[in-house]
Design a binder for this molecule. Structure first.
Ligand code: DQQ
Length: 545
């Protein structure tokens, strides 16, 4: 299988065949994690009868596939069951809100609930006879009304339910707000929760509180002075997940973000690479909020037909507000560490200017690497360059890993051939700007494969740290065709999808390099081979759980 399927991820979630996209309705329920996702049971391309597939896990790493949860069967979802979310309502009942493409091709919102609450897997779902429970409001076109969020409840014992749905009026993207007393009859609020002109359709919105003074997650309905509220927008126009941080007043149903969302390169993003249509949930037993996101393909439809599959879920990440209050931080769930196998370590090693060395002794096509760089002589050596107003992705595109700088580029060459003819370069450059030092983080896919016809766009973002007082930390997860990098402990994340021609399976290698003018120090490097997650087992292996 390895030889035939060199791009199939080994510890990232996806079913053995066919097309996968958005994560749907993730939750923890009665001791089990559930993940539903957009799936085309007919083949490896997006389909005209999309369904909700369903898997369960004890740890979000090893999975068991269950029966499809929602398939097109009724007039209100005859043409597809599109994305949506789960809310656990009083009585401990998980309620699915999802978008149906009805028999006229119009997007409507529907409700579904478990057929049998005592089934520990919640395998069968029943659709409400009241469906559709929301239809496109006036001014919103029938093909721009979708993806309901997890609902949140106003404070107080009789607090009403609130939910947002992505929509559009005359190119103004919006989070349309609906309210309900009983979760079944929903009324549109007078104003959207938030909207922004000229930003196009907002898909898969997500709205949740984050704690101001702790990295713990909180329940979606928490609203008090100890939290800020995140609104995440999946931009249909440029296929990125953006977010704003703001304050939410339940009395007036008003949300005021600290910064406006404009759909430009200055907006905050969860991930500056391939990561879309993401969704969070509150993992109550571990008091954390978990983020799932879809890492879409960079290869062609023909490639997907040949592979027989497309789409991967990025590693579930814990997500919280940084102590600065200015941005979110994400980190792979701790359960992932259980898959760490063979380990190599390098401590206090000089990385001379112009050097490149191989990290040997691990499976470089299936690995987890944590590395910390220490910098000296920044004052004298960093290039003077005012990055104000520049697009970091453009900077990464202007200078690849072989373009010598002052401090940097230094970093990793993942999925590389021995001669480096193929490699994905994840690296940093430090500039001396008008307001102090600026750290640029890049993930450059341009040399990732000798094959043509792939999207090899380089990605980049700034990393908000002070390199004079902090080490530069990088964690990279490598899993055959997905490379996920976390800079600065998760302050800047970049995921990419790559398809090396030669650097596959045991041919893949890993290098550390420094092409800057000055030496940098590796204070520590830890690299692990990753074991393969158990997944996609048939239903007979429930015992696994
Ligand atoms: N994909 C879904 C939609 C969503 C889009 C259909 C985002 O519900 O708006 O699979 O990828």
């Amino acid at each position: 299988l390895e030889q035939q399927q060199p791009y199939l991820p080994s510890f990232h979630f996806r079913p053995p065949q066919n097309w996968l996209n958005d994560p749907n309705g993730p939750m923890w329920y009665n001791g089990m994690y559930h993940l539903f996702y957009q799936y085309n049971p007919e083949g490896p391309l997006f389909g005209d009868k999309m369904v909700w597939a369903h898997s369960v896990s004890r740890d979000m790493i090893h999975w068991v596939d269950l029966d499809l949860a929602l398939t097109p069967t009724e007039p209100f979802d005859m043409k597809s069951c599109w994305s949506g979310s789960i809310t656990i309502v009083p009585g401990n009942i998980p309620m699915i809100l999802y978008t149906g493409i009805d028999s006229n091709g119009v997007q409507v919102q529907n409700l579904a609930f478990p057929k049998n609450l005592s089934d520990p897997f919640l395998e069968q779902w029943e659709k409400s006879t009241r469906n559709p429970i929301m239809t496109p409001p006036q001014g919103v076109p029938g093909d721009f009304f979708r993806d309901p969020t997890t609902a949140w409840r106003d404070p107080g014992p009789d607090g009403k339910w609130n939910v947002i749905v992505g929509g559009l009026i005359k190119n103004e993207g919006m989070a349309i707000l609906y309210q309900s007393e009983d979760f079944v009859s929903w009324t549109k609020a007078e104003h959207p929760l938030y909207s922004s002109p000229g930003t196009g359709m907002w898909e898969c919105p997500d709205f949740f509180p984050v704690s101001l003074n702790s990295s713990n997650g909180v329940d979606t309905s928490v609203v008090d002075p100890s939290v800020k509220h995140v609104l995440k927008i999946s931009s249909f126009s440029n296929v990125h997940d953006y977010y704003v941080l703001g304050s939410y007043a339940p009395k007036t149903s008003k949300y005021v973000p600290g910064n406006e969302y404009t759909g430009s390169s200055t907006d905050l993003r969860y991930d500056y690479g391939k990561f879309y249509a993401s969704k969070t949930f509150f993992d109550q037993p571990k008091s954390r909020r978990i983020l799932w996101g879809w890492a879409n393909e960079s290869d062609t439809m023909e490639d997907d037909l040949a592979k027989g599959w497309a789409g991967v879920q990025a590693i579930p990440r814990e997500i919280w507000l940084h102590s600065s209050g200015k941005q979110l931080v994400q980190w792979p769930v701790e359960e992932l560490n259980k898959l760490r196998g063979q380990h190599v370590q390098v401590l206090d090693e000089k990385l001379h200017s112009g050097s490149v060395f191989e990290v040997e002794g691990i499976t470089a096509s299936q690995a987890d690497i944590e590395i910390e760089f220490e910098l000296h002589s920044l004052e004298e050596s960093a290039e003077v360059f005012d990055t104000t107003g520049t697009d970091p992705q453009q900077l990464c595109s202007d200078s690849n890993a072989s373009v010598k700088g002052g401090v940097g580029p230094f970093g990793l060459l993942a999925l590389a051939t021995k001669e480096l003819t193929e490699h994905t370069a994840i690296f940093f450059r430090i500039f001396k700007g008008s307001n102090g030092f600026v750290v640029l983080m890049c993930s450059d896919q341009r040399k990732s494969s000798l094959r043509d016809g792939l999207d090899k766009t380089p990605y980049g973002a700034f990393l908000e740290i002070d390199p004079q007082h902090e080490k530069i930390a990088l964690r990279t997860l490598i899993d055959h065709s997905i490379v996920e990098s976390f800079g600065g402990g998760g302050k800047t994340c970049i995921s990419s999808r790559v398809y090396p021609k030669l650097a596959i399976n045991s041919e893949a290698r890993l290098f550390v390099f420094n092409n800057g003018t000055v030496d940098v120090a590796i204070s520590s490097l830890n690299a692990w081979s990753m074991n393969t997650a158990q997944k996609n087992r048939p239903t007979q292996s429930y015992a696994l759980l």
